[in-house]
Design a protein. Structure first.
Length: 118
């Protein structure tokens, strides 16, 4: 189980330990992939390039990005995840990474709960 908070911008967020550092991770229910990670983590996570993906963003904008596969620890279990790497300093978690979990966001109390159900 992972707990977090809805941040001051109204975005559900959790904290993850990745590559020996604590990272802010935003839950993006409009992102159906696994992860978007800070570019500086690519080498330390042992990411392996698997191809290019075209992503459709808001308002139908498209972007081509390199896609990588890597072992990623999430909720006490290491999973083989797919990720893109961008120039940012936070992690974006998509719905595919949450496929074995229940996500509860209480905007009134600002509580976030991610719980494995399989």
């Amino acid at each position: 189980m992972i707990t977090g908070r809805v941040n001051t911008l109204g975005v559900p967020a959790i904290t993850l330990d990745v590559a020996g550092q604590s990272w802010n991770a935003l839950i993006d229910t409009g992102f159906n992939g696994d992860l978007e990670l800070p570019r500086r983590l690519r080498t330390s996570l042992g990411a392996r390039w698997i191809g290019t993906v075209t992503s459709i963003l808001a308002a139908g904008q498209t972007v081509d990005e390199d896609r990588y596969q890597l072992p990623f620890s999430f909720d006490g279990k290491v999973t083989l995840a797919e990720a893109t790497f961008v120039a940012c300093e936070e992690i974006l978690i998509g719905t595919h990474l949450l496929r074995d979990h229940r996500l509860e966001i209480n905007f009134v109390t600002k509580d976030v709960l991610i719980e494995r159900v399989r």
